[in-house]
Design a binder for this molecule. Structure first.
Ligand code: HXC
Ligand code: NAP
Length: 283
C-alpha cells in the first residue's frame, strides 16, 4: 500500500488556526509531520494547537510585517531545529463593487495575500539556500488567477501575483532543491470564506446546484493533495498550479451551460432533433 508519509518533516502553515489551514494541518499531523501554525489572533491558533495535539505549535505572527515573519520563522527553526516546508495559506477577501473600494481596502487584502506570501517565501528560501537544505513552498491560490473575478478585485489581483511568484521561484530556486507549487481550490465551505463571500443561505444552495459535481469540496480532499505535494512522493512536481474544484472553473466554456440541464434525456432528444434537421436540410 502506498501511503503519504511526512514523518520527520517540519511544516509551517500560515493561517493554520482556522478553515482550510487548520484542516491541512490536521492531515499533515496524521501523516506524521510536526506543524507550526500562525495567525494574528493568538487565542485562535492556541486553541487549534491544543485541539490538534502535541505535534502542532502555535505562534502569533502577522505575515504583512517582515519583522513579524522573521521573528516567527526564526523561532520555529529554534524550536524544531529545522524547517522543511511553508504553506502560504493566510488570506483576506471580501465582496465589494470595485468602484466603491477604498485604497485601504485594496491594500488590506494585497498586503496579506501577496506581500505576506513574499515575506514567508523569502525568509524560507534564504534559510534553505544558506543551510544547503531542500525545501518546499506551497501557495494556496484560487481558480480565478488567470481569469480575474468580479467583486473580489483585490483578491484576484493578489492571487494572480502569488501565482506568478510561485512560477518564478520554482524556476529560480530549482537548482537549490527548492520546489514551489500552488493549489487552486474551488469552493470549500469555511466560516472565514462563507461569512464574507456568501451573500445568503439561498445563494449557497443556488451556487451548489450550478457546480458540475453538485457539491462543495471537502476539507480532507484538499488536505490529501497538499500532503501528497509536500511528501517525498512528489519530488519532480514543481512550478505547478493544481486546481481542486470539481471542474467548477470550466463553466465559462461555450457549451458547458448545457451541462446545467439535469434532464439529460431531454437534452439528448434535442441533439437528435438538431441532427435530423441538419441531415434533412443537406439532402
Ligand atoms: C468593503 C471593506 C470590507 C468590505 C473591509 N474593508 N471589509 N471594504 N467591503 N466587506 C475595508 C475597510 O473599510 C478599510 O478601509 C480596509 O478595508 C481595512 O479594513 P480593516 O477591517 O481595518 O482591515 P483588517 O483588520 O486588516 O482586515 C482585513 C480584511 C478582513 C481582509 C478586511 O476581512 C480579514 O481580516 N480577513 C481575514 C480572513 C478572510 O478574509 N478569510 C477569507 C479568505 S477566503 P477604509 O478605507 O474604510 O479604512 C478566500 C477565498 C477565495 O480568499 C475564493 C472563494 C471561492
Ligand atoms: P479563513 O479560515 O478565513 O483563513 C484565513 C486565515 O488567515 C485565518 O486563520 C487568519 O487568521 C489568517 N490571516 C489573515 N490575515 C493574516 C495575517 N496578516 N497574518 C497571519 N495570518 C493571517 O479562510 P479559508 O477559507 O480557510 O481560506 C484559506 C485559504 O484558502 C486562503 O488562502 C483562501 O484564499 C484559500 N481559498 C479558500 C477557498 C474557500 O472556498 N474556502 C477557495 C479558494 C481559495 P487571523 O485572522 O487570526 O490572522
Amino acid at each position: 500500500m502506498l501511503a503519504i508519509d511526512l514523518t520527520g518533516k517540519v511544516i509551517v502553515v500560515t493561517g493554520g488556526g482556522t478553515g482550510l489551514g487548520r484542516s491541512m494541518t490536521e492531515t499533515f499531523v496524521r501523516c506524521g509531520a510536526q506543524v507550526a501554525i500562525c495567525g494574528r489572533r493568538s487565542h485562535v491558533v492556541e486553541e487549534a494547537a491544543r485541539a490538534l495535539g502535541p505535534a502542532v505549535r502555535a505562534y502569533t505572527c502577522d505575515v504583512r510585517s517582515w519583522e513579524s515573519v522573521e521573528a516567527f520563522l526564526g523561532k520555529v527553526v529554534e524550536d524544531f531545529g529545522q524547517l522543511d516546508a511553508v504553506v502560504n495559506n493566510a488570506a483576506g477577501n471580501f465582496l465589494a463593487a470595485s468602484e466603491t473600494l477604498s485604497p485601504k481596502g485594496f491594500r488590506a487584502v494585497v498586503d496579506i495575500v501577496l506581500i505576506g506570501t513574499f515575506h514567508v517565501s523569502r525568509w524560507a528560501g534564504a534559510y534553505w539556500i544558506a543551510n544547503k537544505r531542500s525545501g518546499h513552498i506551497l501557495n494556496i491560490v484560487t481558480t480565478y488567477t488567470d481569469t480575474g473575478c468580479a467583486f473580489v478585485l483585490p483578491s484576484a489581483a493578489a492571487k494572480a501575483g502569488v501565482q506568478a511568484l510561485t512560477l518564478s521561484l520554482a524556476y529560480e530556486w530549482a537548482p537549490y532543491g527548492i520546489r514551489a507549487n500552488a493549489i487552486a481550490p474551488g469552493p470549500f465551505p469555511t466560516e472565514g470564506a462563507w461569512s464574507r463571500l456568501m451573500p445568503g443561505r439561498n445563494f449557497e444552495e443556488e451556487y451548489k446546484k450550478r457546480l458540475p459535481t453538485r457539491r462543495y469540496g471537502e476539507h480532507a480532499e484538499l488536505g490529501a493533495l497538499a500532503a501528497f505535494l509536500l511528501s517525498d512522493l512528489a519530488p519532480y512536481i514543481t512550478g505547478a498550479v493544481i486546481p481542486i474544484d470539481g471542474a467548477e472553473r470550466l463553466q465559462g466554456a461555450m457549451f458547458n451551460y448545457l451541462a446545467q440541464i439535469s434532464d439529460r434525456e431531454t437534452l439528448k432528444q434535442a441533439f437528435e432533433a438538431l441532427r435530423q434537421a441538419t441531415r434533412s436540410a443537406s439532402e
